[in-house]
Design a protein around this ligand. Structure first.
Ligand code: FAD
Ligand code: NAP
Length: 365
């Protein structure tokens, strides 16, 4: 063996043992790590249990010159191909309560905890605030990324702060709720500089929320209104929301999907009024002053896509906002269908739909 080959072999060995120290696996199959169920792979993959190990792993990734992809439950992601660099997943599932006096209770949760487990744990503790967000798939760490929301409630209503580690220099950072810039299914964490390879990219490690004992419940959304007539508790609302969702939405373990594929468009009142003249039955909800929110599912349905199937991908028959993967397809096919839907909605209604899930595009498998 030449001296150069010998040195290379020694360096490979030491890098392998260092990678082993951080629990890094290579060529990891990610097919079961995304709820659309597309075949995908990570060049390197690691699960992380603590802030310290997150910081060490990020320092190692930086020494290797790797890009870093952060994965939660993969329920708001379109994964395509082989992701280069490191794919990292927080699996810290801690839950701490702090009484603040009065009816206020602060809850600090690890990013790796399943969101629905957090909702049920707090509802069982008779704390109000998260019950309408029951059965949203994924992990707590992803919740601020798109300011998750359902049935008239969003994370912004209870979020106090987000703890994270910055990828560029593996230092811990804390964002107040205001600094997260949460808005309708959006936050600072969706901006390009916070995305893969961005200089502000972070790994979220904990959230702190403020909930209330005997706090007010939000029951204005159609199917929840009937609960007004009953004796309601946060737990009862969480169970009712879970029942409604089970009856309406496809279970990702049975049929691949990433929930709503498009955001509901928020348009100026004048655009909404003009559309209403031509389509008097079009649903329209109040948004900020001067604006209205339209139901993207209704627009897509009216364009004839509901229940449509093109080979392995299609539009869910019970809710046109959900694109589904029947098996054997790939991300490219789904993104083509999404593009086709956007073009048609633009032609018919003059409305530009915005995609909700994040796309991680890797190298060809
Ligand atoms: P992933 O899909 O793994 O990641 C999403 C994004 O967050 C990626 O950019 C990822 O890099 C980033 N991310 C994840 N974890 C971290 C972390 N620790 N640090 C930094 N970045 C991170 N959403 C709603 O808002 N309301 C709903 O009612 C709703 N219903 C749904 C129903 C179904 C059936 C499905 C499949 C999805 C639904 N969603 C809904 C979308 C999705 O569940 C949420 O957006 C969820 O918060 C995504 O969590 P996740 O852990 O799966 O994130
Ligand atoms: P739905 O009740 O059929 O309503 C269709 C749309 O109309 C919803 O998207 C909702 O907007 C809006 N809407 C209904 N009633 C409203 C009201 N009283 N005030 C304001 N807006 C109203 O919707 P669904 O598909 O069964 O979903 C129910 C809830 O779960 C919704 O809040 C939805 O956002 C949430 N959800 C989200 C995802 C996701 O992936 N993001 C997936 C499934 C369900 P909003 O979306 O703004 O609430």
């Amino acid at each position: 063996m030449s001296e150069h080959c010998w040195l290379q072999a020694m360096s490979d060995l030491s890098s392998q043992s260092e990678a082993g120290k951080y629990g890094i696996q290579s060529d990891k199959d990610l097919t079961t790590f995304n709820t659309l169920g597309f075949a995908a792979e990570a060049a390197f993959f690691a699960e992380v249990e603590s802030v310290d190990s997150c910081r060490q792993l990020l320092a190692y990734a930086r020494r290797q010159g790797w890009l870093v992809y952060v994965l939660g439950g993969g329920s708001n992601l379109v994964l395509q191909g082989r992701l280069p660099g490191l794919t990292l997943r927080m699996v810290n599932r801690t839950l701490e309560y702090k009484e603040l006096g009065g009816h206020r209770v602060q809850v600090r949760v690890g990013a790796g905890m399943l969101w629905h487990d957090l909702v049920m744990a707090t509802a069982e503790a008779e704390l109000a605030g998260l019950e309408n967000l029951a059965l949203i798939p994924g992990c707590a760490g992803a919740a601020p990324v798109q300011n998750i929301g359902a049935y008239g409630v969003e994370l912004a209503d209870t979020l106090v702060s987000v703890e994270a580690v910055r990828v560029a220099d593996n230092t811990p950072v804390i964002f107040s709720a205001a600094q997260c810039c949460l808005s309708y299914r959006d936050s600072i964490f969706k901006r390009p500089e916070y995305g893969v390879g961005g200089d502000q990219q972070v790994v979220i490690t904990h959230l702190t929320l403020e909930l209330t004992r005997n706090g007010p419940l939000t029951l204005e959304y159609g199917e929840l209104k009937s609960l007004y007539r009953q004796e309601v508790t946060p737990l009862r609302v969480a169970e009712a929301v879970s029942d409604i969702r089970r009856s309406k939405l496809p279970d990702p373990t049975q049929l691949g999907n990433a929930g709503s594929f498009f955001k509901n468009p928020v348009v100026s009142q004048s655009i909404a009024d003009r559309l209403r003249c031509h389509h008097p039955d079009m649903p329209c909800y109040p948004a900020e002053p001067g604006y209205s929110k339209l139901a993207a599912g209704w627009l897509i349905d009216r364009c004839g896509f509901r229940g449509m199937r093109t080979g392995p991908v299609g539009v869910y028959p019970n809710q046109a906002l959900v694109l589904v993967h029947y098996g054997g397809g790939n991300a490219g096919m789904l993104l083509d269908l999404a593009e086709q839907i956007c073009r048609k909605v633009q032609d018919v209604f003059g409305i530009c739909l915005e995609r909700e899930p994040v796309v991680f595009k890797g190298d060809t498998l």
